[in-house]
Each structure stands twice: as structure tokens, then as C-alpha cells.
Design a protein. Structure first.
Lengths: 309, 309
């Protein structure tokens, strides 16, 4: 899956993933009004609004970018109806040819991690039948529990041709509290990065292993070190735009041929219409504003990565 | 919530939580047959079997223990129908007076962690209405992202009188890969434990703060250190029984008055009928076997903690 992602990024010259992280406050009033009229001001109503909003966004961006990254928390907050729309969004993105990165940050031990992996990337057996409950192509995974927590995901990746992005260095301000602490003179995130590279090497089949890494755009000097430490690892880079990461800092995350990293933007694209720069689109044209913001982001990233010019 | 949990543990003299982690393979054939007859060999059928199995278990143990801990991965593996039964199980346990610890191990940053916290411990607003999408009393949280990831959960705990258990030292064999690495001469789990104590102190109202810790039964010497480091922290102790943790090792996790720690057992109780010791109950009396196993576990723990004798 990581090599398929790399190929599609190259084809589109767009190492960009759009975060489908719908806050109710981002959704245009017109969409909410309609959804609430049909389902009331309920979890079902909120989920319907999210679905219509997502559909509009996906229709406008599916030909520009290789992948989307729905953040499951934004769906889970609306309970079962929200999670149903998470699944519906995944299916719709697949219809449109997009690769889907489930930003689920799950991680547990043994059979429990196995259950998460089956739910999201693999299949579950019920009697004589098998089902893919959520069916993402790639998911994010938390490494705090060590190999026991990650290995079941890797096994499922191997069986089903899927991928994972393991949290290595996250983009948030307090990520350093634990991740930057020095162990034998080197920060924890480097030790995690080395594990990611080693886990991946065991199952690699192609330039990139199925085991990718999350490295925030907000820490470019660490991105540079981690790129070197993990030569066959696809890097998912959150934190561009709204969180402060700039394109000119991102070159070190990429390989010399312009592959190896994919940059996420969520609200910078999906809620672009709320920015002054795109305000002229108006709320009702939120999806067209998102398309323009995605195009601008692609141009911005291309400008910063010599091999993409 | 942690002080309510402590009070109920004391009342029952049972610092025990039953893990409701239903694997399909644990569920008696008779229950599965009925569920599949009604819903087919589908996700709905599997979820129905889980629900009937859980109901039987809860009916037999609700008067013995203060709390249950459903592991959401075991429900998530059956997709939307599975998650609906997760919610149904929470509601049923509440009807029976049990405190519900959602073993969700979520953790993200900022508004995303906030969305998880609202989904599981708080409320979400839709128009003029508010909903508690899952409604657990306490949830487990992953600390890898630092304060940004945990703080939104603590804010929700404060608003809604709920609690969290932060992963400090997990019970699995590879937990040491990162958690035991030395930082300035002390293992990472101690630094995380100190943070847990500090986060909790800011919001403490009573003997125990709303911010608890997960410390595996399989590492008793670490449990002893962490108990001292976190004097107002309720400790959730997984790993007893099936994973190898023994009652005699657990005394150091408790305060001198016999409070401060709650020990989890999952398959050792819910699938007791599959053990030689309880085989005479037979598959159809799986719930009675679970009751006996819970009673035996309570006796075992009481025997190891002087203040509970």
C-alpha cells in the first residue's frame, strides 16, 4: 500500500493528504439546517451534516490528491451515527479512487491490537463469513506499548497489503515531554524511529515498507534526522499550515527523488472558506474553496521540494 | 468518580474489575447458534452473541465487584454493530449499578483528544441539545503525546465528575522497549508517573484525583515505586491471572488501608468455564463459572492485602 501511495503521489506530483476532520463548527449553516430538518438536532442529524459536508469536499478534491485522512475522533464524538458516517466516508473515498488513511491512533497489546487491526485494515471472521468492518487502507498506530502493540498491525498489513503510520514525533507543542527525552544521549523519538525502520525492514517488499512514521512538520530538524534513520519509511507529516509548519521547512522530510513523505492539511483545506484568503468563495462554495486551498498547498509544497519542480 | 470507585471497592471489600473483553471463541456455542439463527453469520449476528454473553456475565457478577472494564477493541472488531453493543453493555452495566471503565486507550492532541473525551466521558452539543455518545465513567488514555493529549480528558473529567487511567507501565512483555528506557537515570514510566501525579494534583478533590494510572501486575517492583511516586493516584492493575500476575505480588500496589488499586481480570473470569478448574460448570453455565472465578479472585486478592482481611 505504501508503494501504491508513493506511485500515486508521483503521478499527481502531489505529496498531500487532506484531513477529513469535520468539526460541526466548520460545516456551512445550509448543510446543517437541512440535516437537522431531516433528523433533528440529534447525533443522527450531526452525522448527516458531516456526511454531506464530506461528500462535497471529496467531490472537489479527489482528482488532486492521492489520499485522505479522516480523523476518527471527529466521528466518534457523534457516537454510533458518527462512526457509521466514518465508514460511509471511507467507502465513498474508495469509490472515488482515493487511498484512505484512518487516523485512529490505536494501540494495545496482543490479541487486542489484533482486533483493532482486523477492524480497520483486515477482516474479521464470523462463522463461515468474513467482513472488513471499516476497511481503511492505512492507519495510524501508537507505539507506547512496544512491539507487542505494533506487531499485530504489521501482521495484518502483510496479509492484506495494507500499511500503518506509527507515531514517532508528533506535531503538538508538548510532544517533547516524553518523545524528546534523552536515552543514552539520543531522544526517545529516535529510538522509536529505529524500531519503525527495523519493523518495516522485516516485511518490506519494494522501496517503502508497510510501516510508515508520523513526524510533525513543526520539528523540521528532527524530520531531517529521522529521514536518514528510516530510509525505507514513508513519513506522514502533520502540522502544516494551521499548526504552523511551513513548506520551506519540509524539504528534509523527502527523499532526493521527491518521494517518501506526504504532508497533511486538515482545517487549512476543509475549512478554507473561513480564511480571509478564500472568503470570497462564500460559505455555500466551501468545497470549491477547499479545492483552491488544496491546489495552493500542492503548489506550495512543489516549490519547496526541488525534485517536484 | 475515583473516590466513588474507592468507596465501592471498600464496601464490597473487592478491589476487582472484570474485563468484558469478549472474543467470539469464548462465547458458548448455544448463544452463537441462537444469534446466528436470528441475524445470520454477520457482524450483527456476532454483536448479538456478544451482547447475550455479556448480559449473562453481568447478571452474575454485578453484586460482587464495583466495576467492569469493557475493552472497546473487542467490539470495534465487529464494526458498527459491535460498537452498538459496546454502548448497550455500558448502559446495562449502569442499570446494574456498576462503574464502567472504558478501555479505549485513546490519545491525540488538542481538539481531537477533546472530541474523544466528549464522546466517552462527556457530552457533545448538537444545536440546542446535548448527548453523551458512549457514557463511560472512566476511560484509559495513552500518554505518548504529552500534556496536550491528556489535558482535554482531564478538563472533561472535571466538568462531568469522571476519571481516567493513564498508561504508565503496561503489563505486556515488550512494554519495557520504550517505557523502561532510562532518562537521567530513571525509567520513562517513572517520568510518566510523575506527570500523572502532577496532572491529578491540579484537579484533586478528595483522597484520589480523577487521574489514575495503569501499572501492570507483571512488574511488581515497579508497582511499588510507582505507588510511592503517585500517592493520590488510583492504580488500575491489568495482567493478573492469565497474563501471569500473582496476588502475592500485588500488595505493594495498595495503600496501607487496602485502597488505591483495582485489579483487572478478563478471560480468567469471563471464560472461566474453559479452565479445568471450572470445567464442571459446563459451557451453558459459563456465567455461573464466571461468578465462582470472581469470588475466588476476590478471596485471592484479599489474602494478599493485609488491610482487606
Amino acid at each position: 500500500m505504501m508503494n501504491r501511495l508513493a506511485a500515486r503521489m508521483k503521478e499527481l506530483k502531489a505529496p498531500v493528504v487532506v484531513g477529513l476532520d469535520p468539526m460541526l463548527s466548520y460545516i456551512p449553516e445550509g448543510i446543517k439546517r437541512k440535516a437537522f430538518a431531516a433528523y433533528g438536532e440529534t447525533l443522527e442529524g450531526a452525522a448527516e451534516a458531516v456526511w454531506q459536508y464530506n461528500k462535497g469536499l471529496v467531490d472537489q478534491i479527489y482528482d488532486l490528491v492521492p489520499a485522505v485522512k479522516p480523523q476518527i475522533a471527529m466521528y466518534e464524538q457523534f457516537g454510533i451515527p458518527g462512526l457509521s458516517v466514518y465508514k460511509k466516508t471511507i467507502d465513498y473515498c474508495h469509490e472515488k479512487g482515493l487511498i484512505v488513511v484512518g487516523d485512529i491512533k490505536r494501540g494495545d497489546i496482543g490479541s487486542t491490537s489484533g482486533a483493532y487491526a482486523q477492524a480497520h485494515l483486515g477482516e474479521v471472521k464470523v462463522g463461515e463469513n468474513t467482513f472488513a468492518p471499516f476497511g481503511e487502507d492505512i492507519s495510524t498506530v501508537n507505539p507506547y506499548l512496544g512491539t507487542d502493540g505494533v506487531k499485530p498491525f504489521i501482521d495484518v498489513c502483510r496479509s492484506f497489503g495494507k500499511g500503518i503510520f506509527v507515531l514517532v514525533k508528533t506535531s503538538n507543542p508538548s510532544s517533547g515531554e516524553f518523545q524528546d527525552r534523552l536515552i543514552d544521549g539520543r531522544p526517545l523519538y529516535e529510538w522509536v524511529g529505529e524500531k519503525v525502520a527495523a519493523w518495516g525492514e522485516e516485511v518490506r517488499d519494494g522501496k517503502y515498507s508497510p510501516v510508515g512514521a508520523v513526524v510533525g512538520a513543526t520539528y523540521p530538524e528532527m524530520g531531517e534526522v529521522l529521514r536518514r534513520l528510516m530510509p525505507h519509511t514513508m513519513i506522514l507529516v502533520p502540522g502544516y499550515g494551521a499548526q504552523g509548519g511551513k513548506a520551506e521547512d519540509l524539504a528534509p522530510y523527502f527523499d532526493a527523488d521527491g518521494s517518501g513523505a506526504i504532508v497533511n492539511s486538515s482545517r487549512g483545506i476543509i475549512a478554507a472558506y473561513r480564511q480571509e484568503k478564500y472568503a470570497s468563495f462564500g460559505e455555500e462554495n466551501y468545497a470549491e474553496a477547499a479545492r483552491q486551498a488544496a491546489l495552493d498547498m500542492i503548489t506550495d509544497i512543489r516549490g519547496a521540494v526541488p525534485a517536484l519542480q
